[in-house]
Design a protein around this ligand. Structure first.
Ligand code: ATP
Ligand code: MG
Length: 312
């Protein structure tokens, strides 16, 4: 049994709003699946169906080989969920909140204390353990919310924008902690708006827009497919970029020529390799020496914008 999540033709309507409109995808065990899309695309709604919180309007969802509607209780026991909206008792201390969570999941006394100790350490919460939730900053609360989910063992974890409000160090800590558990066999369904996180963590990703999946592939595969334009950059030796503008301009075919540094020219092109060859030839012909060249791949952010805006 290789597949952890199987979603086929999932629809979820809120009245007349088709929040999820015919979505299908699979996630294998031990993989991280990234779910991206603009605000209101249907990410949280999909998570709510997959975590048994709401019933789908139509379609099939199977988790661990079991139907999500018929076997909700059984599935719930083996999953963890960090929802987008924070949920906790404001009056509880961090320590108490983690302990209660452990009790809720039936984690025995000693193990509960050990686990909490590890999480305080890992998520840098030691100093906050006797603070009440209401006294925490937004990022601190988010860290507690994610940490407490790890109080119990699970096979599948849903994280809905878990890094919102986290500083870069806390974000990296969280991603690394998740990564470590993935290596231990955990499967993760992850939403975020931050492309670097997808690149860092996800084996596969889908881009959803208006309830429909627009693209699905590995991050590298999507970059290749939708990358399109690449930037050609040439660093000159002993010459100023401005002085070679007249040589380069006729080759740029209308695209803007940038000067990111005094000795560097950059041109964007859909045929970057050809453009690079032509530029090198023209510069050589004019006896301009070249220090280095590069062709930069598109970022995932560019891919996202291309997919969501329907191509450029
Ligand atoms: N409880 C609800 N009642 C009615 N409509 C809803 C409800 N929850 C979500 N919607 C609508 O469903 C659509 C999808 O919302 P959803 O929360 O799934 O988006 P999202 O991709 O998670 O967005 P975000 O990035 O802002 O979190 C939106 O049009 C939203 O207005
Ligand atoms: Mg959401």
């Amino acid at each position: 049994m290789e597949t952890c999540i199987i979603v086929s033709d999932l629809h979820m309507n809120y009245g007349h709003v088709a929040a999820v409109d015919g979505v299908s995808f699979d996630v294998d065990y031990g993989k991280v699946f990234g779910f991206l899309g603009p605000n209101g695309a249907g990410k949280t709604t999909t998570i709510k169906v997959l975590t048994t919180l709401v019933h789908p309007t139509s379609g099939n969802v199977s988790i661990f080989g079991k139907d999500v509607v018929k076997n909700a209780r059984e599935i719930k026991k083996r999953i963890g969920v960090v929802l987008q909206e924070p949920s906790f008792e404001g009056n509880l201390t961090v320590e108490k909140a983690l302990d209660l969570y452990g009790i809720m999941w039936g984690v025995a006394g000693e193990r509960r204390r050990d686990r909490a100790r590890e999480l305080f350490d890992r998520f840098d919460l030691a100093e906050l353990r006797s603070k009440k939730n209401d006294e925490l900053s937004i990022g601190q609360r988010r860290r507690v919310q994610v940490a407490r989910e790890f109080m119990h063992d699970m096979d599948l974890l849903f994280l809905d924008e878990p890094t919102v409000g986290l500083d870069p160090a806390a974000r990296r800590t969280l991603l690394d902690y998740v990564k470590k558990h993935v290596h231990g066999g955990l499967t993760v369904f992850f939403t975020t708006h931050i492309m670097e996180e997808v690149e860092y963590l996800c084996d596969e990703m889908a881009i959803i827009n208006k309830g429909k999946i627009m693209a699905i592939d590995t991050p590298a595969g999507l970059k290749q497919k939708y990358g399109g334009v690449k930037a050609v950059e040439i660093k000159l030796r002993g010459a100023k970029a401005k002085s070679v503008m007249e040589i380069v301009k006729p080759l740029a075919e209308g695209s803007a020529i940038e000067i990111p540094a005094e000795d560097t020219i950059r041109v964007s092109s859909a045929e970057a390799q050809d453009m690079l060859v032509k530029m090198i030839q023209a510069l050589a012909k004019n006896s301009v020496q070249i220090e280095s060249v590069s062709v930069n791949s598109p970022t995932l952010e560019e891919v996202f914008l291309t997919v969501v805006n329907g191509g450029s």
